[in-house]
Design a protein around this ligand. Structure first.
Ligand code: COA
Length: 338
């Protein structure tokens, strides 16, 4: 006699507003986050449930997802993402099992579902990603990937840059070019060039063994993705290099800042960056009508914020709607003397 317990696989969608469906989706996102936190630590790259809901609204990609339940309790999550604009044979699949529920066959059951789902979307090439930390040269999930006939195809390195206490370098710009930086929204007139850069970037990056065609980016897609990012509560800082001869954009880089974990960065007049937080608190002094704000730098030294920085903080507090308080790295600071 042999025995196996097959988990229940329940479809989930972030677009379904029925309360039970909302709870299922949150449980599904919770599994992805808990597994990522276990495997990658606090600096994990899992999206929040709110962010995943926004992503599902994208017209560029089709997403299907299931939650695995064992005796009614969430144990695993999986999904398939298929681009609707390009690469019609490719799908990205992901499978995640709660650390305490691994090695019981749930991963295999979810992988079988994902392969079927991808086939149902007409896809014949599957991609999947694994992550592992800097302490090991070996990917602990590779044996499981190989078991499902996946072969390693591309390695992406993630590097962390600690900005606290760093000096801001003066950007060097070659003659004939200008750097332009925008926060959240970029000028409409530049969307065509931005779309062209995104198309080129999709195949100019080292692809390893992956066979991917150029992604189909146009102005609408750039606009739509930017809107979605803002709706997720993320701030986007983009910098462009403009060729002054042709007037065209020739390069770009962008950084996203998740809204649920804000950190306020201050640039001192020495060009040093200081992140407000438990180690660098903000202090409001003076009288409530004309408060003076101080940022603890180090060894009891404080930097006084100028009036325009104070005005920016006041705007951030106003947008958050929680009174005259700002939060940074998990700590809250009053903008008026207590
Ligand atoms: C990879 C993952 C999904 C496997 O889930 P799981 O439920 O533990 O997998 P299963 O129980 O179905 O494993 C089936 C078999 O795969 C093999 N296997 C699974 N994990 C393994 C590991 N870490 N090392 C070696 N073999 C492994 C084993 O042969 C196992 O059978 P066994 O337990 O009888 O020896 C899970 O570890 C996980 O969530 N990892 C993080 C996310 C990830 O990397 N996902 C894969 C890419 S999308």
């Amino acid at each position: 006699m042999f025995l196996v317990t097959i988990p229940d696989l329940v479809p989930v969608s972030g677009l379904d507003t029925d309360p039970e469906a909302v709870a299922r989706f949150d449980a599904w996102a919770g599994v992805l986050e808990a597994a990522a936190r276990h495997d990658q630590g606090e600096d994990h790259d899992a999206w929040s449930a709110a962010e995943l809901r926004e992503l599902e609204g994208s017209a560029s990609k089709r997403r299907v997802q299931v939650l695995a339940l064992d005796a009614g309790e969430p144990v695993g999550a999986a999904g398939v993402i298929a681009s609707l604009r390009d690469n019609p044979e490719v799908a990205l699949l992901y499978v995640s099992v709660l650390p305490g529920a691994r090695r019981r066959g749930t991963g295999d059951a979810l992988a079988a579902w994902a392969v079927d789902a991808a086939r149902g979307l007409g896809r014949t090439v599957l991609h999947a990603e694994t992550q592992w930390g800097p302490d090991s040269d070996e990917d602990p999930h590779e044996p499981w990937m190989r078991r499902h006939s996946f072969a390693p195809a591309q390695t992406v390195l993630r590097s962390d840059l600690a900005v606290d206490g760093t000096m801001l370098p003066e950007p060097a710009v070659a003659t004939g070019y200008r750097l332009e930086t925008h926060v959240d929204e970029m000028p409409e007139a530049d969307l065509t060039d931005r779309a062209l850069l995104a198309r080129r970037m999709s195949t100019d990056v080292p692809l390893g063994e992956l066979e991917l065609g150029e992604e189909a980016w146009d102005e609408d897609r750039v606009r739509g993705e930017d809107e979605r990012t803002r709706a997720m509560g993320r701030r986007v800082v983009s910098s462009f290099a403009r060729d002054l001869g042709s007037g065209r954009l020739v390069g770009y880089t962008s950084i996203q800042v998740p809204g649920h974990a804000p950190a306020l960065a201050f640039r001192l007049n020495t060009d040093e960056i200081v992140l407000a937080g438990p180690d660098h608190p903000l202090r409001a002094a003076g009288d409530p009508d004309t408060p003076a704000l101080y940022l603890a730098v180090r060894h009891g030294c404080e930097a006084r914020l100028n009036r325009s920085t104070y005005a920016q903080l006041a705007q951030i507090a106003l947008d958050a709607g929680g009174g005259w308080v700002v939060s940074s790295q998990g700590a809250e600071f009053a903008l008026v003397p207590q």
